[in-house]
Design a protein around this ligand. Structure first.
Ligand SMILES: Cc1cc2nc3c(=O)[nH]c(=O)nc-3n(C[C@H](O)[C@H](O)[C@H](O)COP(=O)(O)OP(=O)(O)OC[C@H]3O[C@@H](n4cnc5c(N)ncnc54)[C@H](O)[C@@H]3O)c2cc1C
Length: 381
């Protein structure tokens, strides 16, 4: 794919991803086999296949193994995979790490991380800590500069897919200073580093997140990504990309929940007619379809703006996309479950999985409350 794919190329790409999703994950039996009965959000064999097809690196630089597309292409990929229920939770997170390294890393790091991502490797990003969630800048995990590298001590929590990852992009404090946004650095930490322990956290969504414990874990000096002490600016620079990708994933999830609800109300009969023919259901479906359409327009409008101006400050727009889409995905799953009656609550249908996955979307990658704070700031509030 060229840097500016023709409209037809993009249509073919979208169609190819849809066909793949239908073929590989189109039935509940296929999905159950790939997700250990719906308890795992990521299947690494499927992730590798996407890389072999050349799709994972769609938005990465060709110099490092990518296809040279833009954020819009990445959004289409992630939306279609989510809509097609393809279990590759680690793909979006790895893409964010790869983009960060492509932007701020050395050539050796780009070859390893961006190249590895394009070949199907998984990477995690570790910012959150038990006492540092929405207030990321208050993080305390310490990487003390020592002879030839850094010695890391502290805890990270909620780290998605760390149990699949080759390396973790660790956001930690290298210099304790007065200003909490200074002295933070990014380090690439191999998951087999002595002194790093990765332990699962049980959640409603199954096996997806982990606690990380660092006890005198040492990494070499070339683990540093970008400028020592300058990670806050690097993080801010990547937020447009991260938020719009997250929005694209949940646009796909929302679409899948909508389709499942629509199928059900079209076939389930009560009082001698399909329940979808009752006005209360019909109008709710119409409202949800309208919301979904708004979300799609918003996501691709923001993605286009990011592609046109990759370094531009689009925090208001990117936060709006993340807020609107994740709140809509949550709403569609809750309303979908209600419209399906008891069936929506059973594990016989996918709606309960949609609800478990989508309900948390308004928490990670910045909660809805924090997105509203960012949006309000644009209006000087
Ligand atoms: C499934 C899942 C996956 C995750 N994956 C990752 C990952 O891969 N890497 C990573 O680093 N982190 C990850 N996280 C962590 C996630 O980013 C945090 O959970 C999130 O930032 C919120 O932090 P917290 O849970 O500590 O909640 P808190 O920050 O304690 O917030 C609790 C509540 O208070 C509200 N609140 C807090 N401050 C304010 C304020 N100033 N104004 C208004 N309301 C406020 C919040 O919106 C929220 O509703 C993940 C979390 C989950 C649940």
């Amino acid at each position: 794919m060229s840097a500016r794919p023709a409209v037809d190329d993009r249509k073919h790409f979208i169609e190819a991803v849809r066909t793949f999703a239908r073929r590989e994950c189109g039935t509940r039996e296929q999905r159950a086999a790939l997700t250990n009965g719906g308890t795992e959000a990521h299947n690494q064999a499927v992730n590798r296949t996407l890389a072999e097809l050349g799709w994972s690196g769609v938005a990465m630089d060709p110099e490092w193994g990518g296809a040279g597309g833009g954020v819009t292409d990445a959004c289409h990929l992630l939306e279609e995979l989510a809509h097609g229920k393809v279990p590759v939770f680690g793909l979006g997170i790895s893409m964010i790490v790869a983009r960060t390294v492509q932007e701020f890393g050395t050539d050796a790091q780009r070859a390893e991380i961006v190249g590895g991502f394009c070949r199907g490797d998984v990477f995690s990003v570790a910012m959150s800590e038990p006492d540092s969630g929405s207030d990321v800048g208050s993080l305390t995990c310490r990487a003390e500069p020592v002879e030839g590298g850094y010695r890391i001590n502290g805890q990270k929590t909620w780290i998605s897919c760390a149990h699949y990852a080759e390396k973790i992009l660790l956001v930690c404090r290298t210099e304790p200073t007065g200003d909490k946004h200074e002295g933070i650095s990014m380090l690439l930490v191999p998951t087999d580093t002595p002194g790093l322990s990765i332990r699962p956290i049980e959640t409603l969504g199954g096996r997806e997140v982990n606690d990380l414990y660092f006890t005198d874990a040492v990494v070499p000096a070339d683990a540093l990504v970008g400028t020592e002490g300058g990670a806050w600016r690097q993080l801010m620079a990547g937020l447009n990309f991260e938020r719009v990708l997250c929005a694209a994933i949940f646009l796909g999830n929302a679409g899948a929940a909508f389709d499942d609800a629509l199928d059900y109300v079209g076939t389930r009969e009560q009082f001698g007619r399909p329940i979808g023919s009752f006005q209360t259901i019909k109008h709710r479906v119409a409202d949800l379809a309208t919301e979904l359409e708004c979300c799609s327009l918003l996501v691709y409008d923001v993605a286009r703006k990011v592609d046109e101006n990759p370094g531009g400050a689009l925090s208001r727009e990117a936060s709006m996309a993340k807020l609107k889409v994740t709140e809509t995905a949550k709403r569609i799953s809750i309303e979908g479950m209600q419209m399906m009656g008891g069936a929506g609550y059973t594990t016989e249908y996918d709606m309960e999985q949609h609800l478990r996955r989508n309900i948390v979307s308004t928490v990670f990658a910045g909660t809805s409350e924090m997105q509203r704070e960012i949006i309000a700031k644009a209006y000087r509030l």
